[in-house]
Ligand binder design. Structure first.
Ligand SMILES: O=C(O)CCC(=O)C(=O)O
Ligand SMILES: [Fe+2]
Length: 196
């Protein structure tokens, strides 16, 4: 399965495991993910409050986290998500204490160009991204050159953004007019406890 679409001259600092999950866990974890409590939040754009174009769910170790400007206590890990976190840690030797779930219900749901960088995530973080459900296109754009590299993230695939990826690249899952089913993505991240 070759899911890298564009061959650029600059290789993004990622590790890609297209078949990370076995078929049984793949289906089971998608079903369990869908059954969690998801929230479509609000964000401010040009001074206006608009719905976030995806649903979110946050889980993590027993810490206080800062998310979208608010201090939150992440929900405790569901068993399957802890298992996912532990397997990913064992694979790459990095540690993650927080997971952000994004649920893209239709092709209209998306996440715009951004980097996962804010003080609490620490310097040069690694971020591991596990995809479940429908395939969506994940784009990486090199900040300095503008070069874009696309990955088709199929269900059960794991893409690890290594240190340097957030600093030198942006990423996005853009809206699509193609008929696509629901997709859930989990990003496992390091996160320092927020200071009050
Ligand atoms: O859905 C994805 O593949 C990416 C999600 C993402 O970039 C994020 O949560 O910061
Ligand atoms: Fe991101």
């Amino acid at each position: 399965m070759n899911t890298l679409l564009t061959k650029g001259t600059i290789a993004p600092p990622v590790q890609f495991y297209p078949d990370f999950l076995n078929p049984a866990d793949n289906l089971d974890w998608f079903t369990k993910s869908k059954a969690l409590y998801w929230v479509r939040g609000e964000m401010t754009m040009y001074g206006k409050k608009i719905p976030v174009p995806r649903e979110e769910a946050l889980f993590g170790d027993d810490f206080r986290y800062e998310y979208r400007g608010a201090l939150i206590k992440a929900e405790p890990w569901p068993d399957f998500l802890l298992e996912a976190r532990n397997r990913i840690q064992a694979l790459c030797g990095l540690t993650f204490n927080f997971a952000v779930g994004n649920r893209y219900v239709t092709g209209k749901d998306s996440i715009g160009w951004h980097s996962d960088s804010f003080p609490q995530i620490g310097k040069r973080p690694a971020v591991a991204s596990l995809s479940l459900g429908s395939t969506r296109r994940f784009k990486l754009r090199h900040k300095a050159s503008g070069e874009v590299v696309d990955y088709e993230l199929e269900s059960g695939s794991l893409l690890i953004m290594l240190p340097g990826c957030q600093e030198e690249w942006e990423h996005a899952v853009l809206k699509t007019a193609r008929p696509v089913g629901e997709r859930i993505n989990w990003t496992f991240r390091p996160h320092r406890e927020a200071q009050l």
